[in-house]
Design a protein. Structure first.
Length: 317
């Protein structure tokens, strides 16, 4: 009795499952049939502004809406329900009146058609004209300041300077706000034990006022890094601005110039790479009893140079 009851129960359960499966298939078939038919529906298009001139700002209360009525089969309409059609408003292509950019349906119809498959029929586009009210911006170029903390490995240094590209950016916004901006800083940039060339991208620090924007969001940092060494040469001392009727003897006649240069530049440095001068007029004006030597000329590939002697003794003859 128990076995027969269990068997009848299993048969009834299978019948129910088959019945439910047929219902689901019927619903699916009905849905597919409906989605295969053409339907007409109106969507609101997402508008994306591109190529807005830097010296113009679109007033927020003039942002427009565009409705488009489409006819296509149901599958397509479902897709547009989840991903609304998007239209780029290219301000380079718009007509401009005194205070408005003007978009017209007739002139831009082909750009709208490009957004849809050939089997989608466009029934209507409303409105036929969009007006974008604009105000004038001020554009000002300001230098970029690199907030850096760079430590080089022992014996290494940068050739020349650390380059920031671009070294200036444009600040765009209302004139009263732009006028208060004199420079733009990067976020903190830190490197340790550097022994190779630097080439990276650093973000610019964001401006606090949302009405202001920058022409760039980041800058490139480039620097040539090489092994450096210290060397020295003896250079003759030149006295300038000495009156014609005066002669003097100086001591020492040659001074040691200690320089810091890359290994590549080291071999090319000779005594006449430097010019060391003393200005006699400076000594007289300051009522000094000695001359002060200064390095007037040094090679571009020498990063630092200094004198081992700070004063030159002299005797008038």
């Amino acid at each position: 009795m128990g076995l027969r009851s269990q068997l009848e129960k299993n048969i009834k359960s299978k019948r129910i499952n088959i019945f439910l499966m047929f219902i689901l298939l019927a619903i699916l078939f009905s849905l597919l049939t409906k989605l295969s038919k053409d339907y007409t529906h109106t969507f609101r298009m997402d508008l994306e502004s591109i190529n807005v001139p830097e010296d113009k700002i679109i007033v927020s209360d003039s942002l427009q809406k565009l409705d488009i009525t489409l006819t296509t089969y149901g599958f397509k309409l479902i897709r547009y329900q989840f991903a609304r059609p998007k239209l780029e408003i290219d301000f380079d292509q718009l007509d401009q009146s005194e205070n408005y950019f003007v978009w017209t349906r007739d002139r831009n119809f082909s750009r709208i058609v490009e957004q849809f498959d050939p089997n989608v029929r466009i029934e209507a586009i409303n409105p036929d004209t969009l007006l974008f009210h604009f105000d004038n911006n001020t554009v000002k170029s300001v230098p970029v300041i690199l907030n850096k903390d760079i430590e080089f490995a022992s014996g290494y240094d940068v050739i020349g300077k650390i380059n920031v590209i671009p070294d200036s950016v444009r600040v765009i916004g209302p004139g009263i706000l732009v006028d208060s901006i004199n420079s733009v800083e990067t976020v903190d940039f830190s490197l340790k034990a550097v022994n190779s060339n630097i080439e990276t991208v650093v973000q610019l620090d964001k401006l606090t006022n949302p009405q202001l924007r920058l022409s760039h969001q980041d800058v490139q940092i480039q620097a040539e890094v090489m092994k450096f060494t210290e060397g020295s040469v003896m250079v003759p001392v030149i006295v300038k601005n000495l009156p014609d009727d005066l002669e003097l003897s100086i001591y020492p006649k040659n001074v040691e110039v200690i320089y810091y240069a890359s290994l590549d530049a080291f071999k090319s440095i000779v005594p006449n790479s430097f010019i060391v001068e003393c200005d006699y007029t400076e000594t007289v004006d300051s009522e000094l009893s000695f001359l002060i030597p200064k390095i007037i000329t040094k090679p571009e590939n020498v990063k630092e140079a200094r004198l081992s002697t700070k004063r030159i003794e002299f005797i008038l003859q």
